[in-house]
Design a protein around this ligand. Structure first.
Ligand code: CA
Length: 491
């Protein structure tokens, strides 16, 4: 769904009416009315505040936004309407298309990746896994003007102190000449470039790897890949260790998912756990936790420290699993089978991005206004699916796009050739950044950290900030929704 179609949503919600009130409640906040006078007054205060000490006034005035952007406050307070199961999440993030793109990227950048591996000790496919999941191999960078987003978040609603630091850091990046101002676009929350770093992470960990003296994570693939490796190394990556592996639990085994509760491999051997193919657990992990994304009935994984470094990139276990799984498939150079050895506990598995596009095209053909075909099943598409299901008597009318719905709406007609072919033959496109549905974990986390505050008045920049040390991590879901969660030390 695109920003231009946001206004259609309220109409659509009205049209859906009360029959879906239980599942599609009004989770999307209205775009607030932000006073530009208050905004400009706030920016005047910021300019002279301690956080902006390293920003010269030419830079500040040059990139000072003329207007606030209310849509970023809307995104900040968004609560997804639909929950997403882990199998839906993984099937969109690790599909045949992305594995093939990863294999192609591995060949194209093999020399660079080899140099990065020897400098940072990070396996090439692990870097590729992050790159592929994080920015679709550099194709999905986000289009929101960063200064407008960060300045607005610095002056309105929650987490102003955090965003003021990021706003100042974004200005410093341009001031230092690392990134061209016109390239400073990204997600609503300020993550940008091929690595989707926040400005503070950029200043800490971005590296110049192509030797031109600039750390250009927007236009330079070597800079982006090396910066990703540098990030993983900084978070404790162990050279030569795998991220972990899929395993097979013994019959009758019961355990809770416990990634953080690391044990030795001999401990897990004693529990009767084997590799998914039945082989004995290898000794190449110093310690591992048992990850059960869908409980004991679904695929099981032993994950080591390097899995945690993926997690620290984006605080979602499902997201880290997507990076891990993609890197395995790219290592094997096999895109023919993207499933795990153990099936997910569902009789209705998830769909690929191509299948999502085919569903969207079929909905458009059937007269549903879903904004466009982008392969991302967001709230607009799900609402349309729900309406379609109801009109055809498909039960349950839950708005979910799984294999069964794919067969119901696309199966009997020739699949529509998507206008989105191989990304390498296409100009760079950006994922829509307005709110869409999210994974279950992201939603749970967000609920815990969301305040009920609904006020949008700007606060003076001089206000003391007791939370200036608070750090946040992004949680990005398969459909591009980005949330911030508070980071506890040792997470
Ligand atoms: Ca460079």
């Amino acid at each position: 769904m695109r920003l231009t179609s946001l206004s259609n949503l309220s109409l659509l919600s009205l049209a859906v009416g009360l029959s879906f009130a239980n599942t599609a409640q009004a989770a999307r906040p209205e775009a607030p009315n932000l006073s530009n006078a208050e905004f400009q007054q706030c920016l005047d205060g910021l300019k002279n505040s301690s956080k902006f000490r390293g920003v010269d006034s030419f830079t500040f005035n040059n990139y000072r936004p003329a207007q606030p952007d209310p849509s970023v406050i809307q995104s900040l307070n968004y609560q997804p309407e639909f929950q997403k199961d882990v199998w839906d999440y993984l099937s969109a993030l690790v599909d045949k298309e992305r594995v093939e793109d990863g294999i192609r990227a591995k060949r194209q950048w093999s020399d660079t990746l080899r140099q990065i591996e020897s400098r940072y000790g990070v396996k090439a496919e692990h870097v590729l896994g992050v790159w592929g999941v994080e920015s679709n191999f550099g194709q999905t960078l986000g289009k929101k003007p960063l200064f407008e987003s960060l300045a607005t978040l610095s002056c309105f609603d929650r987490r102003q102190s955090y965003f003021r630091g990021e706003f100042a850091n974004a200005l410093k990046i341009v001031q230092r000449g690392d990134i061209a101002p016109s390239d400073m676009t990204g997600s609503w929350a300020g993550a940008f470039g091929q690595t989707q770093f926040m400005p503070s992470t950029f200043l800490d960990l971005a590296v110049d790897f192509d030797g031109d003296g600039r750390r250009d994570l927007v236009n330079s693939v070597p800079d982006a890949l090396a910066s990703t490796a540098n990030f993983l190394k900084n978070r404790g990556y162990r050279s030569g260790e795998p991220w972990g592996y899929e395993v097979k639990l013994p019959d009758g085994y019961w355990a809770a998912s416990s990634r953080k509760n690391k044990k030795t491999i001999s401990h897990w051997r004693n529990q009767g756990i084997k590799l998914a193919n039945g082989g004995a657990l290898p000794s190449d992990l110093s310690s591992a936790g048992l990850l059960l994304p869908a409980g004991i009935e679904g695929p099981a994984f032993l994950v080591g420290k390097n899995f945690d470094t993926f997690y620290s990139y984006n605080a979602s276990e499902n997201y880290a699993l997507a990076i891990a799984h993609l890197s395995d498939l790219v290592t094997r150079e096999d895109s023919s089978k993207t499933d795990f050895a153990t099936a997910w506990p569902t009789d209705d598995p998830g769909i690929s991005r191509q299948q999502a596009k085919d569903i969207q095209q079929a909905l458009l053909n059937a007269g549903y206004d879903i904004g466009g075909v982008d392969g991302i099943i967001g709230d607009n598409t799900r609402t349309a699916i729900q309406q379609y299901q109801s009109s055809k008597g498909i039960f349950p009318a839950d708005g979910r796009a799984g294999q069964k719905f794919y067969r119901a709406i696309v199966g009997n007609t020739a699949p529509t050739r998507s206008q989105y072919g191989n990304q390498y033959n296409q100009p760079a496109t950006s994922q829509p950044l307005n709110p869409a549905s999210t994974d279950r974990m992201g939603q749970l986390i967000q609920k815990q950290t969301t305040t009920s505050s609904n006020t949008y008045s700007a606060q003076p920049a001089t206000q003391s900030s007791t939370s200036s040390k608070t750090r946040y991590r992004r949680v990005t879901s398969a459909d591009g929704t980005i949330q911030l969660i508070r980071v506890d030390e040792g997470l």
